[in-house]
Ligand binder design. Structure first.
Ligand SMILES: NC(=O)c1ccc[n+]([C@@H]2O[C@H](COP(=O)([O-])OP(=O)(O)OC[C@H]3O[C@@H](n4cnc5c(N)ncnc54)[C@H](OP(=O)(O)O)[C@@H]3O)[C@@H](O)[C@H]2O)c1
Length: 276
């Protein structure tokens, strides 16, 4: 599995699994756990979660999935903006560590920008890093202006920016992705399947069929075709894991990339960053 270098010198796998909407419902929890375990069995080395997902339920599931194999997995979690004060960040991280059943989070993100001054959040995150509770920290849902501010406040320390990015959501292509690429900061693409909506798009399905791959594989392989982009699709079904992970080994042909461009043209002007 391909990986990217982080500004700190560490590395991040290019493909992982998301967990939004997992751990919300006891009825589906075992199937979700089976999906995460199938992911790890299938070679997935990154799991993305957040204190928000299932209000801790997703982190608890991830903790169960990685039990006994913690060192094989790069764990990403996120702090709510309303918890991102000096003390609140530390307390939220401690709660996440407990649910995840680990002594460290590999990458801890501010989920989106809230009202707590960024300098205060970064100070708390740097403290957590110095204490070994997190290995790296970063941000999520930050557009270029917020990244410029982050660079001023925590130069060289912000390890990633996790944003909505899919073949049908190409706003970052215009400015944010080049900004991050120029600085060697990997961009994490969330909702790479556009929450499933790309998979039912007739034109997109035709492009996938011409390339002899599934629509989900086309969606994931498209995000992975961009330099420095980490893709984190989600499925709560073990039977879909093999299909999603196989996308990590697919190189799209110039014809397939051109067909995607024709269907979802790259932005020609600034598109404010979208959030799901
Ligand atoms: N930082 C942020 O603000 C933020 C925001 C959104 C998401 N994220 C992260 O990014 C991850 C991925 O994004 P996402 O969950 O929003 O959306 P996504 O990965 O684009 O799509 C997930 C949806 O697609 C379905 N799906 C997956 N594989 C499929 C297949 N082979 N065929 C048909 N449907 C399929 C899933 O259903 P099943 O589960 O039933 O398979 C689910 O409904 C999240 O889980 C989360 O970890 C972060």
């Amino acid at each position: 599995m391909r990986s990217y270098r982080l500004p700190s010198g560490g590395s991040i796998p290019a493909l992982g699994l998301g967990t939004w909407r997992m751990g919300e419902n006891a009825r589906t929890a075992e199937a979700e756990l089976a999906a995460l375990r199938a992911g790890l069995e299938g070679g997935c080395r990154l799991i993305d979660t957040a204190e928000m997902y299932g209000e801790g339920g997703a982190e608890t599931l991830v903790g169960r999935a990685i039990a006994g194999r913690r060192d094989e997995v790069f764990v990403v979690s996120k702090v709510y903006p309303h918890n991102a004060s000096r003390k609140g960040t530390v307390a939220a991280c401690e709660r996440s560590l407990k649910r995840l059943g680990t002594d460290r989070i590999d990458l801890y993100l501010l989920h989106w920008r809230g009202t707590v001054p960024l300098a205060e959040t970064f100070e708390a995150l740097a403290g957590l890093r110095a204490a070994g509770k997190i290995v790296d920290f970063g941000v999520s849902n930050f557009d270029v202006a917020d990244m410029e501010t982050s660079a001023t406040l925590a130069s060289g320390a912000v390890a990633t920016n996790q944003v909505l990015y899919a073949a049908s959501r190409r706003g970052p292509d215009y400015d944010l992705l080049p900004w991050l690429q120029a600085r060697g900061i990997p961009m994490m693409a969330y909702s790479p399947l556009d929450q499933g909506s790309l998979l039912v798009d007739a034109k997109f399905r035709r492009i996938a069929a011409s390339a002899a791959i599934t629509p989900a594989q086309l969606a994931i392989a498209w995000t992975l075709s961009r330099d420095g982009v980490v893709s984190i699709p989600k499925t709560g079904r073990a039977e879909r894991i093999g299909e999603l992970l196989a996308a990590g080994a697919i190189t799209l042909s110039p014809e397939t990339l051109a067909a995607v461009d024709a269907t979802f043209p790259p932005p020609r002007r600034k598109v404010p960053l979208e959030m799901t």
